[in-house]
Every structure is written in structure tokens, then in C-alpha cells.
Design a protein around this ligand. Structure first.
Ligand code: PMT
Length: 219
């Protein structure tokens, strides 16, 4: 019954971690492999949605039937997301976006010396917060990757970023979060409802997340 239920809907999904270059050979990154976001994009395409997947560097192949935009930095991701935002019906932000970047990128490989090396980092734009400000008809879904006080932090991101719901994962658990095939999520919505799911594959959880989006649309 799920087949093609999202026909005629346009979804924007972000996945993977952004990377922030320090010099031509080094960067600051995080442990996201893109699996969670790619699973969502693939499942949405199977349900008939038109899907744009905006992805940081990953080793995953393009999912079938999905338009994939690959980029590196948070600022590149922001530009790509904002370009598509007005034409989509929902955004699901599974990407792990770097909150900070080096203040300057050295044009040449940084040479080592006997001194300590101090990096000066500046804040990156918060893409999801910006979408929350601009939001009109779009359903906005965020993720919260936490290692403690999961519910408190997730609910505060839900409010501050003006989301329809947030998918929280405790990334300190070995079988959940970054770089594994499984995840354990809790969904918090604007009405104060919380639903906890047991350990499942990221593909199954993708289906659960898309069911939540579809229920807001009323189908
Ligand atoms: O890719 P995998 O290896 O499968 O791992 C999956 C995952 C752990 C990366 C995924 O399940 C997950 O939790 N993604 C969100 C990671 C994250 O950066 O969470 P956050 O709590 O720091 O950010 C909250 C939300 O704001 C996220 O939806 C994020 O995309 C967004 N954000 C954050 C910072 C920023 N500058 N701009 C943003 O849009």
C-alpha cells in the first residue's frame, strides 16, 4: 500500500558530513557516512517522490531514481539547500553539518614547526535554523545527534529551529548513530508527543520517518 503514495511530492534530503578544509591536503570532518540520509532518499524515491539528495563526501553510490548533488562544506550545502527550498514539499536534514570552520584556508600545505599549532575556528551558518525562519508550506524535519540529555536537547532544537518534528539518536550507543547500518531513534513532535523505536535498520527507520511526514500531509 506504500507504493507510490508520495507521487507528486518533492523532497529534499541532506546526508553525510560536511568537511571544512584547512589547507589543500587537510580538513576537519566528522564520522557521518551518509547511510541514514541515503536510506531516506532511496525509500522516498521508492514511494514515488521526486527526491533531491544533497550530500557531503561519502563512499555510497547514488541511490536509484534520485538527483544527487555532491559538495563539501557547510556553506556550499547551505547554498544548494536554499536553491531548492522554495520548490519542495518537505526537507529532511540528516546531514551532520560542521558548526565551525577554520577562519582561513591556507593556499599551501601548512608546514610543521616545533611550536604548537593553534586553529582559529568561526561559526558556520545553521542551515536548518535558516529554513525554519523561511518556512512556508514545507514540512521541516531535523535530526538531533546527542551523547547525553537527548530529549532535552532534541526538544530545544525542535523549538528553536521551528521544525515539524525531530529525529533524535543517541550517538554514544555503539549500534546507533554514525557509521553503522542500524539506528535507535525517538521522534519528538510539536504537540509534545514522543515515540521511541527499538533498534532497526536505517532503511526501516527511513520508512517510519516518511510515514510521519505522510501523516502530516494527511495520507
Ligand atoms: O551518516 P550516518 O553514518 O548514517 O550517521 C547518521 C547520523 C548520526 C549523521 C544521523 O542520524 C544524524 O543524527 N544526523 C544529524 C547530525 C547532526 O549534525 O546533528 P546536530 O544535532 O548537530 O544538528 C541538528 C540538526 O541541525 C540536524 O538536522 C543538522 O542537519 C542541522 N544543522 C546543524 C548544524 C548546522 N550548521 N546546520 C544545520 O542545518
Amino acid at each position: 500500500h506504500k507504493r507510490k503514495e508520495m507521487a507528486g511530492r518533492k523532497l529534499l534530503v541532506t546526508a553525510g558530513g560536511t568537511i571544512e578544509p584547512l589547507d589543500p591536503v587537510r580538513f576537519i570532518g566528522n564520522r557521518s557516512t551518509g547511510r541514514m540520509g541515503y536510506a531516506i532518499a532511496e525509500e522516498a524515491a521508492c514511494r514515488g517522490a521526486e527526491v533531491v539528495l544533497i550530500s557531503g563526501p561519502t563512499s555510497l553510490p547514488d541511490p536509484c531514481g534520485v538527483r544527487v548533488v555532491r559538495l563539501e562544506t557547510a556553506r556550499e550545502m547551505r547554498d544548494a539547500v536554499l536553491q531548492s527550498f522554495s520548490s519542495v514539499d518537505a526537507v529532511i536534514k540528516a546531514a551532520a553539518v560542521a558548526d565551525y570552520r577554520p577562519v582561513e584556508v591556507s593556499p599551501h600545505k601548512i608546514k610543521k614547526s616545533d611550536d604548537d599549532l593553534v586553529l582559529h575556528l568561526v561559526r558556520n551558518p545553521d542551515i536548518l535554523y535558516e529554513l525554519g525562519q523561511k518556512k512556508k508550506h514545507q514540512i521541516l524535519v531535523g535530526f538531533a545527534a546527542e551523547t547525553c540529555r537527548v530529549e532535552e536537547y532534541a526538544r530545544s532544537k525542535l523549538e528553536r529551529k521551528n521544525l515539524d518534528f525531530i529525529v533524535a539518536n543517541d550517538v554514544s550507543e555503539p549500534d546507533a548513530g554514525f557509521a553503522v547500518e542500524t539506528n535507535r531513534i525517538r521522534i519528538f513532535d510539536r504537540n509534545g508527543h514522543a515515540t521511541a523505536y527499538p533498534l532497526k535498520s536505517k532503511r526501516e527507520l527511513a520508512g517510519i520517518i516518511l510515514d510521519h511526514v505522510a501523516s502530516i500531509w494527511g495520507n
